[in-house]
Design a protein around this ligand. Sequence first.
Ligand SMILES: Cc1cc2nc3c(=O)[nH]c(=O)nc-3n(C[C@H](O)[C@H](O)[C@H](O)COP(=O)(O)OP(=O)(O)OC[C@H]3O[C@@H](n4cnc5c(N)ncnc54)[C@H](O)[C@@H]3O)c2cc1C
Length: 434
Amino acid sequence: MAKEFDAIIVGTGIIGCAVGLELAKKGYKTLNVDKLPAAGYGSTSNTCAIVRLHYSTPQGVAMARESYYYWLDWPKYVGAVDEKGMALYQNTGCLVTKNEKNHYLKNVMASLDELQVAYEELGPKEIREFLPFVDTKKYGPPVVAGDPRFGQPTGGSIDGAIYIPESGLVNDPQLACHNQQRGCEAHGGEFLFNAEVVEILKKDGRAAGIKVADGAEILAPIVVNVSGPHSFKINRMAGVEDGMKIKTRALKQEVCHVPAPKEVNYNMQGTIISDGDIGCYSRPEVGNHILIGSEDPACDVLEWVDPDDYDQDFSYQWKTQVMREAQRIPELPIPEQHKGLVDLYDVTDDWLPIYDRSDLPGFYMAVGTSGNQFKTAPVAGKLMVELIEKVEAGHDHDNDPVQFYMKYVRRDCNIGFFSRLREINPDSSFSVIG
Ligand SMILES: Cc1cc2nc3c(=O)[nH]c(=O)nc-3n(C[C@H](O)[C@H](O)[C@H](O)COP(=O)(O)OP(=O)(O)OC[C@H]3O[C@@H](n4cnc5c(N)ncnc54)[C@H](O)[C@@H]3O)c2cc1C
């Protein structure tokens, strides 16, 4: 006999677990299923877990701001005891440099203003006073490492920055997923690991469950695709990809793990830095280290890949990123040994996520998180449940988008903003910044 649930969630990353937790809280009999051996072992395991509030649209800031409060009060959100302990939000602040590409942060500051998020504008001199290890020369726009202009200042100082004190990181993203799992289980939710979904079952014109690799069928009238970089594969299994205007693809990313300059206590003095002038973002890491990721500047070739068949080694990109960061932090050591990680983003055409229903009744998706939705997972979970409940009750979300009330920022979120049927959003940064 096939097992039956009210809802099956494909994926146990930070967003898959959030959806499971919220559905279980509402009384749904849920099953989170993952082909990996434990929660948070997919792309969530390698996230930089930065919780920052700056986005290019008010909707982006609102979701990040709302989620921020859940991270601040994580045990209350999880609502259960985890024998492994609880993930912890650590405040570091975040400096964002102004440049031509980000329109000198005009949209970002307007969006922060709209949500009443505090920030301070700093000129080059004030940046150097605040972060004495930083060089404020302008190097952008970024070029590839072989270019004769690489590492050469382009004249004058950067055009200032903003500093947002309320920003930070989550110390253990995998543990955060385990916490959500325990929260979900406390409401009767179940988890199945080492089980690869190979088919989305259909009956009477709607989703009816899943088939896993060993041939077992598990039935549920609701199936939610939260499979991260594999999202397009699961959408294809369900036969819903052709009906989407905005699609998803997997993008290779490399994050460098390097020691901070010896004379700097980076865990005490450092901050998150989002720096389009050099094409990198960075954050303090335990043990006086720095994590450096790419902001994917226009000069770099993006490596779109098959998530089941790609080169998981570092490439020339690793050294490029460290050398770019060394333009801003001149004393940064550039180690010979490459340390860090290689993983994938699940990217949409406009780098904004898709939180939506699909053309197949009963089949939903929380996908295309574009390298920037770890922080928003708690709200994404709540938003998806609101959407599922309304659509299952007959609401025509495609023509009359469901609104979701965000209790902390006291503002409605129009879930239609994240529609699979939207036109490409021109206000996006078209990068990991969202
Ligand atoms: C290098 C890197 C750095 C990042 N940094 C940040 C950051 O600083 N801040 C931020 O907010 N966001 C960041 N992100 C983005 C963030 O981590 C993701 O948006 C988020 O973790 C996605 O969670 P998820 O639950 O949607 O997907 P995932 O964590 O990828 O989970 C999907 C799960 O689905 C499972 N799955 C896939 N296919 C199948 C199948 N057929 N059957 C069964 N299971 C399947 C996978 O095994 C996986 O466990 C970063 C991402 C990366 C890769």
